[in-house]
Design a protein around this ligand. Structure first.
Ligand code: 5AD
Ligand code: SF4
Length: 336
């Protein structure tokens, strides 16, 4: 698909045309990823963050948020329960929180790897040496969304971050043999359709193993609280187009999609997505992981996720759900 075609679909409001797009993405998903939906359990282990992104409820400037940190033992116990429920991937996510030492993070990864699961980290920008140590501790995958490919918008939304460093981090992760995920938000203030087309082209160019796409949801305790919410249809278009361009990247039906539409996960799974990420954070903490407000809650999320997958006539992935990219097969890989 050319950039012009991407732009055409991003701008289209014709129902028949969009139905065709979603259907095509579903066919591509089926052909390149099959009917398995992979479940990944997310543990949000700290909501402290040193950064001040304008859109995010975890930003350091939000003093209305009750902050928490889980200890290494506590994270391990949660992961153990999730693994016991059959999950084959544990995603460890937090704000950028320097409180944890590198050796504590490595210990967390090492112990959880002992549960016979794949481990994904989503803990932000760190040095090459840190990424290397965490990879050697056993981490398999890393999620670092670039949020927008538009450098000016990036600078506006993430005033204390560097666009160049974000991509440098993605490069480091890839060179260390991580399966790498990035992603964006759809419907950000001042985001153009052109920049969304560029986001999708960049997903393809970076040969990502995973791509997370979610609508922007305004948070009242952030500077962007007064802006409009990203639309579900716009988000589904980006999911579908990303599926068509990347073919076999893992694409989750995100919590953000479920937050803007109660049927959001189902819809995303029907137009390109092949992953669901049940939240296994203990409820006492989960309500404080307020990246954005009214975050979709899924009680007994693992059971519900399995139910959703079965109701679509698809099956729950039985393996670890590793990358489907040839480039990304890194068995026996020793980081440089
Ligand atoms: N709306 C939607 N997604 C958000 N994120 C942060 N704030 C918001 C918001 N207001 C997402 C970003 C980021 C992750 C921590 O959560 O994509 O990568
Ligand atoms: Fe921190 Fe990430 Fe939120 Fe930015 S988006 S404030 S880095 S948690």
């Amino acid at each position: 698909m050319t950039r012009d075609e991407l732009l055409y679909y991003l701008g289209s409001v014709r129902e028949g045309e969009l139905y065709g797009l979603f259907k095509a993405a579903d066919i591509v998903r089926r052909r390149y990823c099959g009917d398995e939906v992979h479940l990944r359990g997310i543990v949000e282990f700290s909501n402290y963050c040193v950064r001040n992104c304008l859109y995010c409820g975890l930003r350091r400037g939000n003093d209305k948020l009750r902050r928490y940190r889980m200890g290494v033992d506590e994270v391990y116990e949660v992961a153990k329960r999730a693994a016991g429920a059959g999950l084959k991937t544990i995603v460890l996510q937090s704000g950028e929180d320097p409180y944890y030492t590198l050796s504590e993070l490595c210990e967390m990864v090492e112990r959880i790897k002992g549960l016979d699961v794949a481990v994904t980290l989503s803990i932000g920008e760190r040095s090459y040496q840190d990424y290397r140590a965490l990879r050697l501790a056993g981490a398999d995958r890393y999620l670092l969304k670039f949020e927008t490919s538009d450098e000016r918008l990036y600078a506006l939304l993430k005033p204390d971050s560097s666009y160049a460093n974000r991509f440098k981090c993605l490069e480091h992760l890839s060179s260390l043999g991580y399966q790498v995920g990035a992603g964006n938000m759809v419907g950000l203030p001042y985001q153009s359709l052109d920049s969304l087309a560029d986001d999708i082209l960049l997903f393809e160019e970076l040969e990502l193993d995973m791509v997370g796409i979610g609508p922007f949801i305004p948070h009242p305790d952030t500077p962007l609280g007064g802006f409009d919410c990203g639309k579900i249809v716009a988000t589904l278009k980006v999911v579908a187009l990303t599926r068509i361009l990347t073919r076999n990247a893992h694409i989750p039906a995100t919590t953000a999609v479920a937050t803007v539409d109660p049927e959001g996960r189902r819809k995303a799974l029907c137009c390109g997505a092949n992953v669901v990420m049940p939240n296994v954070t203990p409820p006492v903490y989960a309500s404080d992981y307020r990246i954005y407000p009214k975050r979709a809650r899924w009680e007994d999320s693992v059971t519900k996720a399995k139910g959703l997958v079965c109701s679509l006539g698809r099956s729950v992935g039985r393996g670890y759900g590793d990358t489907l990219k040839e480039r990304g097969r890194k068995e026996g890989f020793t980081p440089p």
